[in-house]
Design a protein around this ligand. Structure first.
Ligand SMILES: Nc1ncnc2c1ncn2[C@@H]1O[C@H](COP(=O)(O)OP(=O)(O)OP(=O)(O)O)[C@@H](O)[C@H]1O
Length: 586
């Protein structure tokens, strides 16, 4: 099974000694690493400074291993593809073994990085590719799989021999952040692909003249500056017949940017119940006890419809003990454990050493929190002011992105491996700066800063009593408690106000924050303010049902009236609602 095998990083680490001596043709390896975005310009420059081939080989291996699993996998793929030129024959069986393992994994295990189809899903990425519509908007909550859907579209397109579309361009948030891109040509050719200089003009002309053969994907739009190149593409002022696919989070759907954008809208739902079961069966089937823990735990199961959470659960469940299984599972707690696990792996530590190590590294971690917060406030994923040494602990959470600014210059930014991690770090910063919380509460009510709500729900989770022991190595315990004491009432007062005359307050968001906070007192206060009547009026996904039933379950002596007349609720969701039945009246 894929999960029982050695990781690519381990595979490399074990062979490091032999590779340092027996890798050949280093320039070819380096060029490939550059093309696959494993190495950036800084790495190349630093390598030039190494004097001997041996030193260079050591550097290459150490950097790749440090850059993590994906980099190691790409490196091994390069070695396999070029082995006749780059590896001593003695190492050919070693690399072939890795290559066959990859094929085996892909054939037998449809998961890992592969796209997981939902049973009975009404639409597939293939359908989206075939649609004739010129504008497609893909919407969903964080981590539910929007990026994965568009990447699967790209993958399907790249695999096709008889393509109907000639060009497909994908731009992620780090590119979208550069509203100032100078021209269409530089956007298309300077970010990822560069046609040979001699062809560049012809290719560009072909794209412009036959824009009906072009698909442009903007992944993770938050806003686009009016009249920027990106805005003009979206509105078909440039490449008038191109198909534009945009992904955004649910709260951005109502942004004025999309008011006049005639569009076909697709909502990404995440894993279906069937997909969740198949996924866990494939990852944990070898351990029926663990498998059972998840499948029978309604909260964990409901969280798993967000694929990102399902992946985290698999990693965390291995550390299961009675406490792990016997208390409610919040999203924030999973992030705290992932944070601590990353620290543990980076420092090569044992579990019991993590707190001490974190205390020692506080000075490195706090600037990362601050940078995350500032970048999130500005809806930016590149940490513009952040610099730290490659060996710092912070790099365990970051990837490097290099953008070419001109033919002779490039800029390298740090960015979090996933944007939800950036939001988690932003919440950590707020936890250490309680004076700023009230301002953020107010800002969240504005269109411009609505996105900060994701940070606040993490903040609620960080304030949960259960999590304090995991955080007190970074923040004083009494400060966390003090913040928690005053925040509840402020939070409820702020969020229970309708956002505008036409818009009700967001009941489900408030319930999710209360679930993260895990406080009976806060739930009672909320139910009191609601007069024990809840009317969601929208379809509920399993995790929303989990939060809602938790809040209802906190009403000890009063029944809560819940009106589900206008809601669709999944079976898992309904089970959870019914499990708090003594407190509920329909
Ligand atoms: N259908 C799927 N099959 C396999 N993996 C998936 C699927 N959907 C999501 N994932 C995995 O879940 C993680 C999060 O997905 P993704 O980045 O696509 O979410 P997102 O909706 O774009 O999140 P955000 O709004 O935070 O950008 C990724 O690691 C991705 O590989």
């Amino acid at each position: 099974m894929a999960c029982a095998q050695k990781s690519a990083t381990e595979y490399l680490r074990n062979a490091r000694k032999d590779l340092v001596k027996h890798m050949k043709n280093l320039p070819l390896i380096i060029e490939n690493l550059k093309q696959k975005n494993v190495f950036n310009d800084y790495n190349l420059n630093d390598l030039k400074a190494e004097r001997t081939e041996f030193d260079k080989a050591e550097c290459i291996l150490d950097w790749v291993i440090k850059k993590g699993e994906m980099a190691s996998e790409k490196f091994l793929e390069i070695l396999d593809a070029t082995k006749s030129k780059t590896l001593d024959p003695d190492l050919h069986p070693w690399i072939s073994l890795f290559a066959s393992r990859l094929e085996d994994t892909e054939a037998n295990c449809p998961f890992g990085k592969a796209y997981i189809p939902n049973e009975g899903q009404t639409l597939s990425p293939e359908d989206l590719l075939k649609w004739q519509d010129k504008n497609i908007l893909i919407i969903g909550k964080p981590g539910v799989g929007k990026t994965t859907v568009v990447q699967e579209m790209l993958h399907l397109w790249a695999e096709k021999d008889d393509r109907e579309i000639d060009y497909m361009f994908y731009f992620d948030e780090s590119v979208l952040a550069h509203n100032s891109v100078a021209s269409l040509e530089s956007l298309l050719f300077d970010v990822y692909i560069k046609p040979m200089d001699k062809d560049r003009k012809d290719v560009f002309q072909d794209i412009e003249e036959n824009s009906d053969n072009v698909v442009i994907v903007f992944d993770g739009v938050t806003d686009l500056e009016e009249n920027s190149i990106l805005w003009k593409i979206m509105n078909h002022e440039l490449l008038p017949d191109a198909k534009i696919v945009i992904t955004c989070r649910s709260e951005v759907e109502d942004d004025p940017l999309f008011y006049d954008w005639p569009t076909r809208t697709v909502y990404v739902q995440g894993f279906s119940e069937e997909s969740i079961k198949t996924y866990y069966q494939s990852m944990l089937g070898h351990d029926p006890v663990l498998l059972d823990v998840i499948l029978k735990n309604q909260e964990l199961f409901s969280l798993s419809h967000v694929p990102l959470y399902a992946f985290m659960i698999v990693d965390l469940i291995k550390f299961k003990n009675d406490t792990v299984c016997n208390h409610p599972h919040t999203v924030t707690e999973m992030y705290i454990h992932i944070f601590r696990l990353t620290v543990m792996t980076h420092g090569n530590l044992q579990n019991k050493q993590i707190d001490k190590y974190l205390k020692e590294k506080k000075d490195q971690i706090h600037p990362l929190m601050e940078n995350a917060f500032n970048a999130t406030m500005q809806k930016c994923l590149n940490l513009l002011d952040f610099s730290s040494h490659e060996t710092d602990i912070c790099h365990a959470f970051l990837k490097m992105i290099t953008t070419t600014d001109s033919p002779t210059s490039a800029t390298t930014y740090c960015a979090f491996l996933h944007n939800t991690m950036q939001e988690f770090f932003s919440a950590l910063w707020l936890l250490g700066h309680p004076d700023e919380i009230e301002k953020v509460l107010q800002l969240c009510q504005t269109e411009e800063h609505k996105h900060m709500r994701h940070v606040l729900s993490f903040l609620c989770g960080l304030l949960s009593e259960h999590n304090i022991k995991l955080l007190k190595c970074l923040f004083p315990e009494d400060e966390i408690k003090k913040t928690s004491d005053w925040l509840i009432e402020k939070f409820l007062d702020t969020f229970l106000q309708p956002q505008s005359e036409s818009e009700e307050f967001d009941l489900l968001y408030v319930c999710q924050c209360l679930y993260e906070l895990q406080s009976h007192k806060a739930c009672s206060m909320f139910l009191e303010k609601m007069d024990h009547r809840l009317e969601p009026e929208v379809d509920l996904d399993p995790h929303q049902c989990c939060a809602l039933s938790y809040v209802i379950g906190q009403s000890r002596d009063k029944e809560v009236y819940v009106n589900l007349e206008d809601c669709n609720v999944t079976d898992v969701g309904m089970d959870m609602m019914l499990s708090c039945s003594p407190n509920i009246r329909y």
